[in-house]
Design a binder for this molecule. Sequence first.
Ligand SMILES: [Zn+2]
Length: 395
Amino acid sequence: MSQVQATERLYYDDATLARFSATVTALADEGRIVYLDRTAFYPTSGGQPHDLGVLADMPIVDVVDEEARIAHHLAQPLGLPVGAMVIGQVEMTRRVDHMQQHTGQHVLSALLADRYGWPTVSVHFGDSASSLDVAGVEGLSTDRLVRIEHEANALLLENRTVRVSYEDAASATDLRKASDREGTLRIVTIEGLDRSACGGTHVARTGAVGAMLLRRAEKTKGHTRVEFVCGHRAVQRARADADLLTRAARPLSASPQDLPVLVEQQGQRLTELEREHRRLQQELARHEARERWAQAVPDAKGIRRIRLTVDGPVKDAELLAQQCVALGACLICVTNTHLGGVLLATSADTGVDAGQTLRAALQAVGGRGGGSPRMAQGAVADRERLADVVQALRF
Ligand SMILES: [Zn+2]
């Protein structure tokens, strides 16, 4: 009784089998893990994700390949004993999607190896996109990617048959990649294109892959990764792209075709406007500075002290402060009572080092700040002490 009973893999010979009956051969995890004498559920393996569906009306959450047996993980305990007969129902939308991605990958790998000399070194089937890593690529431009995409779709359209056979490892020839397994190999043959040892599920003819979209190619360590989507996914991706373009075009009252030119034009316009905005800000600051400088009363040494309080950060007054001290014989102190910020700017002819002076005044009250001899900024820790700082700066 202790001997493990292997699970017969029904998906090996019929990838379209959705409904099957089987006998429970063992249970684990209080009935949440179920072993059967045979199954149509594909376990995660060879890069292809596992199937979903129901077993005796219980949802399947995972299917694990344990070599001899396949473990069906359920959301809840099965509630039936060993020996019970159960019905399994594979969720075919998900399965067919995997069959399309997987068969598409065989075609793409064969094309890249045979016509371009780039062998596939690894494959990844993802929830949204899949990818394969190829070796030996020298420059894969967008133009070339589009051409490969065209060639791949032409191959799919030839509707070549995809056939499964079992051959002895010792005598199996013309395999894309020599298998390191011994004994019987499951070989998937795409008519006149590819022979690969593979345990996955595939469509019966390449036409059923539908279409293939190559999303992009990027360099990874030592290889080039090509991202692809097949079948319904390709249509969904194209639909999503079209929706994105339509949404992007709407605020511009443009059609998606005009977007590239329009976006570039708008970018240029924005740059021009930003430049103009900066110029006007400078001009405004120069104008305001002249006014404030003229209004300030010079002291005995002819030095003017401009005192300013702002609502926003004192940093925003930098431009104005620069313009004030540019007029000469001038010191300007800007504060923000709410934020406790303080800015000090001085013209060189006053002999006052803004950085040193402000730092000393702030340190005396536990504040922090500093800057260059001409422009300095800082803040007090306690806003109540801001008046002390201003007084120490002799404003
Ligand atoms: Zn395969």
